[in-house]
Design a protein around this ligand. Structure first.
Ligand SMILES: [Fe+2]
Ligand SMILES: [Fe+2]
Length: 270
C-alpha cells in the first residue's frame, strides 16, 4: 500500500480558529471560588435602621442571589448538553471549560446564599426558559437560545446588580460572572456562525420561531419580582421596561448579524 493511500485526509480546521480562541480565553480567565474575598467583605449590602428594615433589605438581596443561583444551576445542565451534542473537537474542548464555569458559578452562589438566609422563591419564568433550552431539538437552536441570547442579555443585569452592591461579595461575583458570560456569549456567536454556514433555510426559520418563544419569556423573567421585591418592583418598573426594550433590540441585532432574516422576530410589547 502506498503511503498516499493510508494518509488521513487533511481537513482544513481553520474555520474553527475562532472557537479555539475562546477556549484559550476561557482557560486564561479561569478563577477559583476560594479567590473570592469571603469573610473580608459583607456578603450583600447591609441595611440600616430597625431590625425589620434590615431583615427586609436582606430578603431583597437574597431574592436577587436566588434568581442567579437558579439560572446557573440550569446553565450547568445546558452546558453539559452542549458538550455532549457538539460534534466538533474544538467546540467540545471549549464546552468542557463552560461546564466548569457554570458549576463554579453555582458553587459561588450556593456559598453566598448560605450566608443570607438560604434558598428562597423560584422564578417560574426562568424555569420555563430553562425547559425551552433543554428541550430544543437542534444544536443550532440550543447555542442560539443559550449563548447568543441568554448569556448576552444577562450581562447588563450583572453590571446593574454590581453597581447597586458596591464593596460586597455579591459585587465581586457579579463582576467575575459578567466576564465569564461575555466569553460564553462570544464563543457561542463564533460557533453558531459556523453551524449556520451550511444550514438549510428550514433550520434558520426554526431559530426565528425559537426566538419568538423565548423573548417574551425572557421579558417576564427580567420584570419578575418575588414577594420580597414587590414593593421596589413598582418603583423601578418604567426604567426596567425601557432598559429591557433596549436589550431585546440588541438581541434582534445579534440574530441579524448571524445572517438570519429577523423581519419575523416580534419583540414583546412591554
Ligand atoms: Fe453562569
Ligand atoms: Fe454562562
Amino acid at each position: 500500500m502506498s503511503a498516499e493511500a493510508v494518509a488521513e485526509p487533511t481537513e482544513d480546521r481553520s474555520r474553527y480558529a475562532g472557537v479555539l480562541r475562546f477556549y484559550e480565553l476561557a482557560k486564561h480567565a479561569e478563577w477559583k471560588v476560594d479567590d473570592v474575598a469571603w469573610g473580608e467583605l459583607p456578603p450583600v449590602p447591609e441595611g440600616k435602621g430597625s431590625p425589620e428594615r434590615v431583615a427586609r433589605r436582606r430578603d431583597i438581596w437574597r431574592s436577587v442571589v436566588m434568581q442567579q443561583l437558579q439560572a446557573d444551576i440550569i446553565a450547568c445542565e445546558m452546558a453539559a448538553q452542549l458538550l455532549n451534542a457538539a460534534p466538533d473537537p474544538e467546540a467540545r474542548l471549549y464546552y468542557s471549560t463552560m461546564v466548569q464555569d457554570e458549576s463554579r458559578h453555582t458553587e459561588a452562589w450556593l456559598k453566598l446564599i448560605g450566608q443570607v438566609g438560604g434558598e428562597g422563591e423560584r422564578d417560574p419564568h426562568l424555569d420555563r426558559l430553562g425547559r425551552m433550552f433543554l428541550e430544543a431539538d437542534s444544536l443550532e437552536e440550543k447555542v442560539f437560545l443559550m449563548q447568543v441570547f441568554f448569556e448576552r442579555l444577562i450581562i447588563p443585569r450583572f453590571r446593574l446588580i454590581a453597581r447597586s452592591s458596591r464593596g460586597t461579595i455579591l459585587e465581586e461575583i457579579c463582576n467575575r460572572l459578567a466576564i465569564d458570560d461575555g466569553i460564553h456569549h462570544g464563543s457561542g456567536m463564533a460557533y453558531e456562525r459556523i453551524l449556520l454556514e451550511h444550514a438549510p433555510k428550514k433550520v434558520k426559520g426554526r431559530l426565528i420561531d425559537a426566538a419568538n418563544r423565548m423573548l417574551p419569556e425572557f421579558a417576564q423573567h427580567a420584570l419578575w419580582r418575588p414577594k420580597a421585591r414587590e414593593f421596589i418592583g413598582s418603583l423601578m418598573e418604567s426604567r426596567d421596561r425601557e432598559r429591557l426594550h433596549q436589550e431585546l433590540e440588541h438581541g434582534r441585532r445579534l440574530a441579524a448579524s448571524l445572517g438570519l432574516d429577523v423581519s419575523e422576530v416580534h419583540l414583546p410589547t412591554l
